[in-house]
Design a binder for this molecule. Structure first.
Ligand code: AMP
Ligand code: MG
Length: 343
């Protein structure tokens, strides 16, 4: 199959909408990462997503809508006041809410669960695509399974060339990590996966928040994850990755010692401004500014570069696990199989 890469335009959106309606797949930008979309109401179309990604069948997909009116037919029961408060505060935006699902959601989307994740993205191209398709769009991240989520159209091309008919290019993603997944089926919103909407923001909007224990540690033997994606290591870099936590100077001196002793190609992931701590060693800056938002936006592209260059030993500074930093440390920590050393 020939894969077209088109800049976002009314014509490209119309073509993408036709492909989705006809049961095909489209790579498209959102404010979090690029998605790989199919008609969420068509189980056969959704199965193509799993084939194109090489994704395990028990990992559910998020269903994307452009308006609230699309939601009632997709869920069972009413929207609770707590879910309503979150929707009013953070939609459209990088937040997925887990509801009990209705019979309209095919089992392929929910991977056999009795719940469905729903998100209303804010990216204008994502909204336009959903409207053009005229159906809700099921979409995971548009990477091949085991690769970092794509944050540019070129990343999608690198993984999906020849596997899907069309990729819409809307430039780099602003948030850079996948949506915050929140279970709203209980009395208190529970963060299953951290993202751009932070626990602090959720507590402010809904009065309370819980963060699932599996966010910052590996799953225990026999533990059943509440967010199935958590069970996969998702992405492991080509090289070995170790994260160092502590005061900047102590972390830098430990990283320098480990870098100098590495028996193969090595690289350092450092917060912007920390480069001088590492002298002439090879540093990849984590973003353009010393903020968790900037690190999140840059993270997956940096990890792809390290893989492209087959770097064997990667030493990374930690980020404060507060605000969006929790999402950064969740992704970085899982990529390192939670190999985090305190210095
Ligand atoms: P991706 O968009 O590739 O990050 O994949 C979507 C992720 O959302 C899954 O891996 C799950 O962790 C989470 N998710 C989607 N639907 C559900 C659901 N019904 N219950 C819990 N988590 C879900
Ligand atoms: Mg993914």
């Amino acid at each position: 199959m020939n894969t077209k890469l088109l800049p976002v335009s009314p014509e490209a959106i119309a073509e993408a909408g036709r492909i989705i309606r006809a049961g095909g797949l489209v790579g498209f930008p959102t404010e979090t990462v690029y998605g790989l979309g199919a008609n969420a109401l068509n189980g056969g179309a959704v199965r193509l997503i799993f084939e194109a990604k090489g994704r395990p069948g028990d990992n559910p997909l998020i269903t994307h809508v452009a308006s609230e009116a699309e939601i009632p037919p997709l869920i069972r029961g009413d929207i609770s006041p707590m879910a309503r408060a979150l929707m009013d505060a953070f939609w459209p935006g990088p937040m997925t809410l887990i509801f009990p699902k209705s019979g309209a959601i095919p089992p392929e989307v929910s991977a056999g669960l009795d719940t469905v994740g729903i998100r209303m993205p804010s990216h204008p191209a994502a909204q336009a695509l959903i409207r053009a398709a005229g159906v809700p769009i099921a979409a995971p991240s548009a990477n091949r399974s085991g690769r970092p989520s794509p944050t540019t159209a070129q990343h999608v091309m690198d993984d999906m060339n020849g596997r899907i008919p069309l990729i819409l290019d809307g430039g780099p993603c602003a948030v850079g990590v996948e949506s915050t997944v929140i279970d709203v089926t209980g009395p208190v919103p529970r963060v299953l996966r951290p993202g751009g909407v932070t626990p602090e923001m959720i507590a402010a909007a809904a009065g309370a928040v819980e963060v699932d224990g599996a966010v910052m540690r590996p799953l225990q033997e026999g533990e059943k994850p509440r967010s199935p994606g958590m069970k996969y290591r998702h992405y492991a870099p080509v090289g070995s990755l170790v994260i160092f936590e502590g005061r900047a100077e102590a972390v830098a001196s430990e990283i320098c010692a480990r870098y100098d002793a590495a028996p193969g190609s090595a690289a350092i992931l450092a917060l912007p401004g920390h480069e001088p701590l590492y002298g002439a060693r090879r540093v990849f800056p984590l973003g353009g500014a010393d903020s968790a938002e900037s690190v999140a936006a840059a993270l997956f592209a940096v990890l792809r570069r390290l893989d492209d260059e087959r770097v064997q030993f990667i030493f990374s500074e930690a980020v404060d696990a507060e605000g969006v930093g929790l999402a950064v440390m969740n992704r970085l920590g899982r990529a390192a199989a939670f190999h985090i050393e305190k210095v």
